[in-house]
Design a protein around this ligand. Structure first.
Ligand code: SF4
Length: 509
Protein backbone atom coordinates (compact mmCIF):
# COMPACT_ATOMS: atom_id res chain seq x y z
CA UNK A 1 0.00 0.00 0.00
CA UNK A 2 1.58 3.30 -1.11
CA UNK A 3 0.50 6.06 1.26
CA UNK A 4 2.19 8.98 -0.48
CA UNK A 5 3.60 8.43 -3.97
CA UNK A 6 7.07 10.00 -3.97
CA UNK A 7 10.08 10.65 -6.11
CA UNK A 8 13.40 9.22 -4.87
CA UNK A 9 11.96 6.91 -2.24
CA UNK A 10 14.52 4.27 -1.19
CA UNK A 11 13.31 0.69 -0.83
CA UNK A 12 15.83 -1.90 0.21
CA UNK A 13 15.68 -5.66 0.60
CA UNK A 14 15.20 -6.42 4.31
CA UNK A 15 17.20 -9.65 3.96
CA UNK A 16 20.30 -7.91 2.62
CA UNK A 17 21.00 -5.39 5.36
CA UNK A 18 22.40 -5.70 8.87
CA UNK A 19 20.77 -2.73 10.59
CA UNK A 20 17.22 -1.47 10.06
CA UNK A 21 16.59 2.11 11.15
CA UNK A 22 13.16 3.68 11.61
CA UNK A 23 13.55 7.42 11.10
CA UNK A 24 10.71 8.93 13.13
CA UNK A 25 9.45 12.47 12.77
CA UNK A 26 6.92 12.97 15.59
CA UNK A 27 4.49 14.99 13.52
CA UNK A 28 2.76 14.73 10.16
CA UNK A 29 4.44 14.14 6.78
CA UNK A 30 3.91 17.73 5.58
CA UNK A 31 5.79 19.12 8.61
CA UNK A 32 8.59 16.55 8.51
CA UNK A 33 9.25 16.79 4.79
CA UNK A 34 9.34 20.60 4.70
CA UNK A 35 12.76 20.91 6.36
CA UNK A 36 16.05 19.20 5.57
CA UNK A 37 16.61 17.01 8.67
CA UNK A 38 14.60 13.98 7.58
CA UNK A 39 15.97 14.11 4.02
CA UNK A 40 19.54 14.44 5.29
CA UNK A 41 19.36 11.56 7.78
CA UNK A 42 17.51 9.38 5.25
CA UNK A 43 20.29 9.97 2.71
CA UNK A 44 23.10 9.50 5.25
CA UNK A 45 21.73 6.20 6.54
CA UNK A 46 20.60 4.74 3.23
CA UNK A 47 24.00 5.57 1.71
CA UNK A 48 25.33 2.60 3.71
CA UNK A 49 24.88 -0.77 2.03
CA UNK A 50 24.51 -2.48 5.39
CA UNK A 51 21.72 -0.16 6.58
CA UNK A 52 18.10 0.28 5.62
CA UNK A 53 16.26 3.43 6.71
CA UNK A 54 12.51 3.92 6.46
CA UNK A 55 10.41 6.88 7.60
CA UNK A 56 7.60 7.16 10.14
CA UNK A 57 5.27 10.13 10.65
CA UNK A 58 2.12 10.76 12.63
CA UNK A 59 -0.71 9.72 10.29
CA UNK A 60 -2.17 12.64 8.33
CA UNK A 61 -5.36 10.83 7.35
CA UNK A 62 -5.88 7.16 8.10
CA UNK A 63 -2.67 5.65 6.81
CA UNK A 64 -1.76 3.81 10.02
CA UNK A 65 1.33 3.84 12.23
CA UNK A 66 3.72 2.05 9.88
CA UNK A 67 6.75 2.85 7.79
CA UNK A 68 6.14 4.69 4.55
CA UNK A 69 8.47 2.50 2.51
CA UNK A 70 7.39 -1.04 3.38
CA UNK A 71 4.44 -0.68 5.75
CA UNK A 72 6.32 -2.27 8.68
CA UNK A 73 5.64 -1.56 12.38
CA UNK A 74 8.27 0.23 14.46
CA UNK A 75 8.82 -2.91 16.54
CA UNK A 76 10.49 -4.68 13.57
CA UNK A 77 13.36 -2.17 13.37
CA UNK A 78 16.69 -2.32 15.21
CA UNK A 79 16.82 1.41 15.82
CA UNK A 80 14.02 3.96 16.25
CA UNK A 81 15.62 7.36 15.66
CA UNK A 82 13.49 10.38 16.59
CA UNK A 83 14.27 13.94 15.59
CA UNK A 84 13.04 16.47 18.15
CA UNK A 85 12.57 19.87 16.54
CA UNK A 86 9.73 21.17 18.76
CA UNK A 87 8.87 20.38 22.37
CA UNK A 88 5.12 20.14 21.58
CA UNK A 89 5.89 16.94 19.65
CA UNK A 90 7.06 15.06 22.78
CA UNK A 91 3.76 13.22 23.40
CA UNK A 92 3.89 12.04 19.78
CA UNK A 93 7.24 10.31 20.45
CA UNK A 94 5.61 8.14 23.10
CA UNK A 95 2.44 7.75 21.03
CA UNK A 96 4.46 6.38 18.10
CA UNK A 97 6.00 3.75 20.37
CA UNK A 98 2.66 2.84 21.97
CA UNK A 99 0.90 2.47 18.61
CA UNK A 100 3.63 0.15 17.36
CA UNK A 101 3.84 -2.19 20.33
CA UNK A 102 7.20 -0.87 21.55
CA UNK A 103 7.23 -0.42 25.34
CA UNK A 104 7.66 3.35 25.73
CA UNK A 105 9.59 3.31 29.03
CA UNK A 106 13.18 2.24 28.48
CA UNK A 107 13.20 0.10 31.66
CA UNK A 108 10.39 -2.03 30.12
CA UNK A 109 12.21 -2.66 26.86
CA UNK A 110 14.26 -5.79 26.34
CA UNK A 111 17.41 -6.56 24.34
CA UNK A 112 15.36 -7.38 21.25
CA UNK A 113 13.34 -4.18 21.25
CA UNK A 114 14.54 -1.30 19.08
CA UNK A 115 17.24 0.97 20.44
CA UNK A 116 15.39 4.29 20.82
CA UNK A 117 17.56 7.30 20.07
CA UNK A 118 16.67 11.00 19.82
CA UNK A 119 18.48 14.02 18.44
CA UNK A 120 17.82 17.55 17.23
CA UNK A 121 17.80 20.93 18.99
CA UNK A 122 15.35 19.94 21.75
CA UNK A 123 17.27 16.75 22.56
CA UNK A 124 20.48 18.75 22.75
CA UNK A 125 19.04 21.61 24.81
CA UNK A 126 17.36 19.49 27.46
CA UNK A 127 16.96 15.73 27.09
CA UNK A 128 15.55 15.20 30.60
CA UNK A 129 11.76 15.30 29.96
CA UNK A 130 12.12 12.21 27.71
CA UNK A 131 15.05 10.62 29.55
CA UNK A 132 12.94 7.71 30.90
CA UNK A 133 11.75 6.89 27.37
CA UNK A 134 14.80 7.31 25.15
CA UNK A 135 17.86 5.01 25.38
CA UNK A 136 20.32 7.57 24.13
CA UNK A 137 20.37 11.15 22.98
CA UNK A 138 22.62 12.59 20.31
CA UNK A 139 23.94 15.87 21.73
CA UNK A 140 24.66 18.22 18.87
CA UNK A 141 24.66 17.38 15.19
CA UNK A 142 24.10 13.88 13.84
CA UNK A 143 26.81 13.60 11.20
CA UNK A 144 29.85 13.17 13.49
CA UNK A 145 28.29 10.41 15.59
CA UNK A 146 25.41 8.58 13.87
CA UNK A 147 27.69 6.26 11.89
CA UNK A 148 29.45 5.12 15.05
CA UNK A 149 26.16 4.35 16.78
CA UNK A 150 25.07 2.26 13.80
CA UNK A 151 28.43 0.43 13.76
CA UNK A 152 27.95 -0.37 17.42
CA UNK A 153 24.38 -1.71 16.86
CA UNK A 154 25.68 -3.83 14.00
CA UNK A 155 28.38 -5.37 16.13
CA UNK A 156 26.33 -5.83 19.30
CA UNK A 157 24.10 -8.58 17.91
CA UNK A 158 21.05 -7.34 19.81
CA UNK A 159 19.99 -3.68 19.45
CA UNK A 160 19.90 -2.82 23.16
CA UNK A 161 22.55 -5.15 24.54
CA UNK A 162 25.18 -3.29 26.55
CA UNK A 163 24.03 0.20 25.62
CA UNK A 164 25.98 1.60 28.58
CA UNK A 165 29.10 1.33 26.40
CA UNK A 166 27.70 3.99 24.08
CA UNK A 167 28.06 6.57 26.85
CA UNK A 168 31.79 6.67 25.99
CA UNK A 169 31.06 8.19 22.58
CA UNK A 170 31.43 11.97 22.31
CA UNK A 171 28.07 13.55 21.53
CA UNK A 172 26.07 10.80 23.22
CA UNK A 173 24.04 11.06 26.44
CA UNK A 174 22.82 7.77 27.92
CA UNK A 175 20.31 8.49 30.72
CA UNK A 176 21.24 6.76 33.94
CA UNK A 177 24.82 6.18 32.75
CA UNK A 178 26.36 9.42 31.43
CA UNK A 179 27.67 11.88 34.03
CA UNK A 180 27.89 14.48 31.29
CA UNK A 181 27.78 14.75 27.52
CA UNK A 182 29.67 17.03 25.20
CA UNK A 183 28.07 18.51 22.10
CA UNK A 184 29.50 17.55 18.71
CA UNK A 185 29.17 19.50 15.50
CA UNK A 186 30.24 19.56 11.89
CA UNK A 187 33.34 21.74 11.48
CA UNK A 188 33.06 22.37 7.75
CA UNK A 189 29.76 22.40 5.87
CA UNK A 190 31.65 22.08 2.59
CA UNK A 191 32.96 18.72 3.79
CA UNK A 192 29.57 17.57 5.09
CA UNK A 193 27.26 15.45 2.96
CA UNK A 194 24.14 17.04 1.50
CA UNK A 195 21.17 15.07 0.10
CA UNK A 196 20.90 15.35 -3.68
CA UNK A 197 18.11 12.88 -4.45
CA UNK A 198 15.37 14.31 -2.25
CA UNK A 199 11.92 12.84 -1.63
CA UNK A 200 9.20 14.83 -3.36
CA UNK A 201 5.54 13.87 -2.90
CA UNK A 202 3.75 13.33 -6.20
CA UNK A 203 0.45 14.77 -4.99
CA UNK A 204 -1.84 17.66 -5.94
CA UNK A 205 -1.01 21.16 -4.71
CA UNK A 206 -3.91 21.14 -2.25
CA UNK A 207 -3.00 17.76 -0.75
CA UNK A 208 -2.39 17.63 3.03
CA UNK A 209 0.85 15.81 2.20
CA UNK A 210 2.29 18.71 0.21
CA UNK A 211 5.24 20.31 2.11
CA UNK A 212 4.89 23.96 3.14
CA UNK A 213 7.13 25.22 0.32
CA UNK A 214 5.63 22.87 -2.26
CA UNK A 215 7.69 20.59 -4.51
CA UNK A 216 11.08 22.11 -3.74
CA UNK A 217 14.71 21.02 -3.61
CA UNK A 218 15.98 22.06 -0.17
CA UNK A 219 19.52 23.35 0.21
CA UNK A 220 21.25 24.35 3.43
CA UNK A 221 23.47 27.44 3.15
CA UNK A 222 24.19 28.12 6.83
CA UNK A 223 24.09 26.18 10.08
CA UNK A 224 23.89 27.78 13.51
CA UNK A 225 23.77 31.48 14.25
CA UNK A 226 26.38 33.86 15.57
CA UNK A 227 24.03 36.54 16.90
CA UNK A 228 23.08 34.95 20.26
CA UNK A 229 19.78 36.73 20.89
CA UNK A 230 19.15 36.24 24.58
CA UNK A 231 15.97 34.16 24.18
CA UNK A 232 17.03 31.92 21.30
CA UNK A 233 17.85 28.22 21.74
CA UNK A 234 19.51 27.88 18.33
CA UNK A 235 21.61 31.00 18.92
CA UNK A 236 23.06 29.35 22.04
CA UNK A 237 23.30 25.64 21.27
CA UNK A 238 24.07 25.56 17.55
CA UNK A 239 27.24 27.64 17.53
CA UNK A 240 29.40 28.57 15.75
CA UNK A 241 27.73 29.83 12.60
CA UNK A 242 29.06 27.90 9.60
CA UNK A 243 28.56 28.60 5.92
CA UNK A 244 28.76 26.57 2.73
CA UNK A 245 30.90 28.19 0.08
CA UNK A 246 29.04 29.66 -2.88
CA UNK A 247 30.86 27.24 -5.16
CA UNK A 248 29.64 24.28 -3.13
CA UNK A 249 26.07 25.62 -3.02
CA UNK A 250 25.98 26.03 -6.80
CA UNK A 251 27.28 22.54 -7.35
CA UNK A 252 24.75 21.05 -4.87
CA UNK A 253 21.92 22.83 -6.69
CA UNK A 254 23.15 21.82 -10.16
CA UNK A 255 23.73 18.20 -9.16
CA UNK A 256 20.67 18.01 -6.93
CA UNK A 257 18.29 19.12 -9.65
CA UNK A 258 19.51 16.28 -11.86
CA UNK A 259 18.29 13.81 -9.25
CA UNK A 260 15.40 15.91 -7.97
CA UNK A 261 13.84 17.45 -11.08
CA UNK A 262 11.68 20.22 -9.57
CA UNK A 263 11.25 23.89 -10.44
CA UNK A 264 11.83 25.39 -7.03
CA UNK A 265 14.77 25.73 -4.62
CA UNK A 266 14.18 26.31 -0.92
CA UNK A 267 17.26 27.86 0.70
CA UNK A 268 17.44 27.29 4.45
CA UNK A 269 19.64 28.02 7.46
CA UNK A 270 18.92 29.42 10.93
CA UNK A 271 20.84 32.58 10.10
CA UNK A 272 20.42 32.61 6.34
CA UNK A 273 20.33 36.42 6.54
CA UNK A 274 24.00 36.33 7.54
CA UNK A 275 25.02 34.20 4.57
CA UNK A 276 27.68 36.25 2.79
CA UNK A 277 26.69 35.15 -0.72
CA UNK A 278 22.91 35.33 -0.40
CA UNK A 279 22.43 37.83 -3.24
CA UNK A 280 24.65 35.90 -5.67
CA UNK A 281 23.02 32.62 -4.67
CA UNK A 282 19.49 33.93 -5.26
CA UNK A 283 20.56 35.44 -8.59
CA UNK A 284 22.04 32.12 -9.65
CA UNK A 285 18.82 30.27 -8.79
CA UNK A 286 16.54 32.63 -10.69
CA UNK A 287 18.97 32.82 -13.62
CA UNK A 288 18.21 29.12 -14.11
CA UNK A 289 14.52 29.93 -14.42
CA UNK A 290 13.78 28.39 -11.03
CA UNK A 291 11.47 29.53 -8.29
CA UNK A 292 12.95 30.35 -4.92
CA UNK A 293 11.93 30.30 -1.29
CA UNK A 294 14.03 31.76 1.54
CA UNK A 295 13.39 31.62 5.27
CA UNK A 296 13.22 34.63 7.63
CA UNK A 297 15.46 37.58 6.67
CA UNK A 298 17.00 40.33 8.74
CA UNK A 299 15.86 43.80 7.58
CA UNK A 300 19.32 45.32 7.12
CA UNK A 301 20.31 42.78 4.46
CA UNK A 302 17.25 43.35 2.28
CA UNK A 303 18.55 45.19 -0.78
CA UNK A 304 16.92 45.99 -4.11
CA UNK A 305 19.16 43.41 -5.72
CA UNK A 306 17.99 40.69 -3.32
CA UNK A 307 14.34 41.75 -3.57
CA UNK A 308 14.54 41.63 -7.38
CA UNK A 309 15.76 38.03 -7.26
CA UNK A 310 13.03 37.07 -4.83
CA UNK A 311 10.37 38.62 -7.03
CA UNK A 312 11.74 36.86 -10.10
CA UNK A 313 11.79 33.65 -8.10
CA UNK A 314 8.11 34.00 -7.22
CA UNK A 315 8.51 34.64 -3.47
CA UNK A 316 5.41 36.61 -2.49
CA UNK A 317 5.96 37.05 1.26
CA UNK A 318 9.07 37.99 3.20
CA UNK A 319 9.36 37.25 6.92
CA UNK A 320 11.25 39.47 9.36
CA UNK A 321 11.61 39.05 13.11
CA UNK A 322 12.32 42.21 15.10
CA UNK A 323 10.75 40.27 18.02
CA UNK A 324 10.24 43.45 20.08
CA UNK A 325 8.91 46.87 19.11
CA UNK A 326 10.80 49.33 21.32
CA UNK A 327 14.59 49.85 21.25
CA UNK A 328 14.63 49.22 25.02
CA UNK A 329 13.03 45.78 24.66
CA UNK A 330 15.09 44.87 21.61
CA UNK A 331 18.18 45.71 23.60
CA UNK A 332 16.90 43.58 26.54
CA UNK A 333 16.56 40.52 24.31
CA UNK A 334 19.72 41.22 22.34
CA UNK A 335 17.96 41.78 19.02
CA UNK A 336 19.83 44.60 17.39
CA UNK A 337 17.40 45.70 14.71
CA UNK A 338 16.67 49.39 14.15
CA UNK A 339 13.22 50.68 13.26
CA UNK A 340 14.66 52.57 10.29
CA UNK A 341 16.19 49.36 8.93
CA UNK A 342 12.84 47.61 9.26
CA UNK A 343 11.05 50.41 7.43
CA UNK A 344 13.74 50.64 4.74
CA UNK A 345 13.38 46.90 4.15
CA UNK A 346 9.59 47.12 3.98
CA UNK A 347 9.87 50.04 1.53
CA UNK A 348 12.40 48.23 -0.66
CA UNK A 349 10.28 45.09 -0.78
CA UNK A 350 7.17 47.03 -1.73
CA UNK A 351 8.96 49.03 -4.39
CA UNK A 352 10.24 45.83 -6.03
CA UNK A 353 6.85 44.10 -5.93
CA UNK A 354 6.80 42.02 -2.73
CA UNK A 355 3.53 43.09 -1.21
CA UNK A 356 3.17 40.69 1.72
CA UNK A 357 5.14 40.97 4.93
CA UNK A 358 5.18 38.66 7.93
CA UNK A 359 6.50 40.15 11.18
CA UNK A 360 7.30 38.20 14.35
CA UNK A 361 6.94 39.78 17.80
CA UNK A 362 7.03 38.41 21.33
CA UNK A 363 5.20 39.50 24.46
CA UNK A 364 5.95 38.73 28.10
CA UNK A 365 9.58 39.89 27.85
CA UNK A 366 11.51 40.67 31.04
CA UNK A 367 10.94 44.28 32.09
CA UNK A 368 8.15 44.80 29.56
CA UNK A 369 5.66 47.63 30.18
CA UNK A 370 2.23 48.33 28.61
CA UNK A 371 3.96 50.97 26.43
CA UNK A 372 6.24 48.29 24.98
CA UNK A 373 3.22 46.15 24.19
CA UNK A 374 1.21 48.96 22.59
CA UNK A 375 4.24 49.87 20.50
CA UNK A 376 3.93 46.48 18.73
CA UNK A 377 0.68 47.76 17.21
CA UNK A 378 2.03 51.25 16.55
CA UNK A 379 5.26 50.09 14.91
CA UNK A 380 3.29 47.66 12.77
CA UNK A 381 1.05 50.52 11.66
CA UNK A 382 4.03 52.70 10.78
CA UNK A 383 5.36 49.87 8.62
CA UNK A 384 1.95 49.23 7.01
CA UNK A 385 1.62 52.98 6.32
CA UNK A 386 4.49 52.66 3.84
CA UNK A 387 1.93 51.35 1.36
CA UNK A 388 0.78 47.88 2.43
CA UNK A 389 -2.74 46.89 1.47
CA UNK A 390 -5.62 44.70 2.57
CA UNK A 391 -4.47 41.69 4.67
CA UNK A 392 -0.88 42.17 3.57
CA UNK A 393 0.88 42.44 6.93
CA UNK A 394 0.77 39.22 8.92
CA UNK A 395 1.66 39.67 12.58
CA UNK A 396 2.70 36.62 14.54
CA UNK A 397 2.72 37.61 18.21
CA UNK A 398 3.66 34.93 20.72
CA UNK A 399 4.59 34.73 24.39
CA UNK A 400 8.30 34.29 25.11
CA UNK A 401 9.09 30.67 26.02
CA UNK A 402 12.28 30.45 28.14
CA UNK A 403 14.82 28.01 26.70
CA UNK A 404 17.63 26.05 28.33
CA UNK A 405 21.22 27.33 27.99
CA UNK A 406 19.98 30.89 27.37
CA UNK A 407 20.18 33.88 29.73
CA UNK A 408 16.39 33.53 30.22
CA UNK A 409 16.54 29.90 31.35
CA UNK A 410 15.56 30.73 34.96
CA UNK A 411 12.93 33.29 34.02
CA UNK A 412 9.41 33.34 35.46
CA UNK A 413 6.85 33.58 32.69
CA UNK A 414 4.03 36.10 33.10
CA UNK A 415 0.53 35.07 34.16
CA UNK A 416 -1.99 33.99 31.54
CA UNK A 417 -4.13 37.03 32.41
CA UNK A 418 -1.22 39.42 31.71
CA UNK A 419 -0.52 37.82 28.32
CA UNK A 420 -4.21 37.86 27.39
CA UNK A 421 -4.52 41.52 28.40
CA UNK A 422 -1.45 42.35 26.32
CA UNK A 423 -2.91 40.68 23.26
CA UNK A 424 -6.21 42.49 23.83
CA UNK A 425 -4.34 45.79 23.98
CA UNK A 426 -2.64 45.12 20.64
CA UNK A 427 -5.80 43.88 18.94
CA UNK A 428 -7.81 46.85 20.24
CA UNK A 429 -5.23 49.24 18.80
CA UNK A 430 -5.42 47.52 15.40
CA UNK A 431 -9.19 46.91 15.44
CA UNK A 432 -10.81 47.70 12.12
CA UNK A 433 -7.45 47.99 10.36
CA UNK A 434 -7.91 45.51 7.55
CA UNK A 435 -4.27 45.54 6.49
CA UNK A 436 -3.41 43.15 9.33
CA UNK A 437 -3.82 39.44 9.92
CA UNK A 438 -2.86 38.48 13.47
CA UNK A 439 -2.05 35.09 14.90
CA UNK A 440 -0.94 34.24 18.37
CA UNK A 441 -0.28 31.30 20.67
CA UNK A 442 -2.75 30.68 23.50
CA UNK A 443 -0.89 31.61 26.74
CA UNK A 444 -1.97 28.29 28.27
CA UNK A 445 -0.15 26.47 25.48
CA UNK A 446 2.82 28.72 26.18
CA UNK A 447 2.78 27.43 29.77
CA UNK A 448 2.88 23.82 28.55
CA UNK A 449 5.69 24.62 26.13
CA UNK A 450 7.64 26.16 28.99
CA UNK A 451 7.05 23.05 31.08
CA UNK A 452 8.46 20.90 28.25
CA UNK A 453 11.32 23.27 27.51
CA UNK A 454 12.56 23.57 31.12
CA UNK A 455 11.27 20.26 32.44
CA UNK A 456 13.09 17.57 34.38
CA UNK A 457 12.62 13.81 34.33
CA UNK A 458 9.44 14.04 36.40
CA UNK A 459 7.69 15.80 33.49
CA UNK A 460 8.04 12.62 31.42
CA UNK A 461 5.16 10.99 33.30
CA UNK A 462 2.82 13.82 32.28
CA UNK A 463 4.00 13.52 28.66
CA UNK A 464 3.21 9.80 28.77
CA UNK A 465 -0.23 10.48 30.26
CA UNK A 466 -1.02 12.91 27.44
CA UNK A 467 0.30 10.43 24.85
CA UNK A 468 -2.05 7.77 26.24
CA UNK A 469 -5.07 10.08 26.54
CA UNK A 470 -4.97 12.02 23.28
CA UNK A 471 -3.87 15.53 24.22
CA UNK A 472 -5.41 19.00 24.39
CA UNK A 473 -5.19 21.51 27.22
CA UNK A 474 -7.76 19.67 29.35
CA UNK A 475 -5.68 16.52 29.05
CA UNK A 476 -2.53 18.37 30.14
CA UNK A 477 -4.38 19.69 33.21
CA UNK A 478 -5.45 16.16 34.10
CA UNK A 479 -1.95 14.83 33.44
CA UNK A 480 -0.36 17.30 35.84
CA UNK A 481 -2.93 16.51 38.50
CA UNK A 482 -2.67 12.71 38.12
CA UNK A 483 1.14 12.84 38.15
CA UNK A 484 1.30 15.28 41.09
CA UNK A 485 3.29 17.82 39.02
CA UNK A 486 3.15 21.46 40.06
CA UNK A 487 3.23 23.64 36.92
CA UNK A 488 4.43 26.59 38.99
CA UNK A 489 7.72 24.80 39.68
CA UNK A 490 8.61 25.10 35.97
CA UNK A 491 6.97 28.33 34.87
CA UNK A 492 7.47 30.31 38.07
CA UNK A 493 11.21 30.98 37.64
CA UNK A 494 14.15 29.06 39.06
CA UNK A 495 16.35 29.96 41.97
CA UNK A 496 19.70 31.34 40.68
CA UNK A 497 21.61 28.72 42.69
CA UNK A 498 19.38 25.72 41.97
CA UNK A 499 20.82 22.99 39.73
CA UNK A 500 19.29 22.84 36.26
CA UNK A 501 17.96 19.67 34.59
CA UNK A 502 20.36 20.21 31.65
CA UNK A 503 23.50 20.76 33.76
CA UNK A 504 24.99 17.52 32.42
CA UNK A 505 24.89 18.78 28.85
CA UNK A 506 28.05 20.61 27.86
CA UNK A 507 27.19 22.90 25.00
CA UNK A 508 30.54 24.70 24.75
CA UNK A 509 33.21 22.12 25.34
S1 SF4 B 1 16.71 34.74 16.97
FE1 SF4 B 1 17.54 34.56 14.91
S2 SF4 B 1 19.21 36.06 14.87
FE2 SF4 B 1 18.74 35.70 17.01
S3 SF4 B 1 20.14 34.06 17.66
FE3 SF4 B 1 18.22 33.10 17.02
S4 SF4 B 1 18.53 32.52 14.89
FE4 SF4 B 1 20.09 34.06 15.43
Amino acid sequence: MVVVPELNVVKKDWRRVDVKVALCYPNVYRAGMTGLTVKLLYALLNARRDVLCERFFIPTLREGWRSLESNQPLSRFDVAAFTLQYEEDYPNVIRMMLKSGVPPRREDRGEDDPLVIAGGPCATGNPEPLADYVDLFVIGEAEPVIGRIIDWVRSSGKPRRGIEELADLRGVYVPGVSDSAERVWVRSLDEAPHPLAQQIPLVDDGSPYMPVFGRAFTVEAVRGCGRSCRFCLIGHIWRPKRERSLEKMLSIIDEGLKYTPVRKVSVIGASLFDYRHLEELCEFIVSRGLEISVSSLSPEIITERLADSLVKGGQRTVTVAPDAATPRMRSAIGKMIEEEALKDAARTLLSRGIKQLKIYFMIGLPGETPEDVVEIADLSKRVADLGYGYRSVHLSINPLIPKPHTPFQRMKIPAVSYLRDSMRLIKKRLRGDRRFVIDTLDPRHAQIQTLLSLGDREVGRAIEFVARHCGGLGCWRRALKECGIRLEKYIGGMDPEAPLPWDKIRIHP
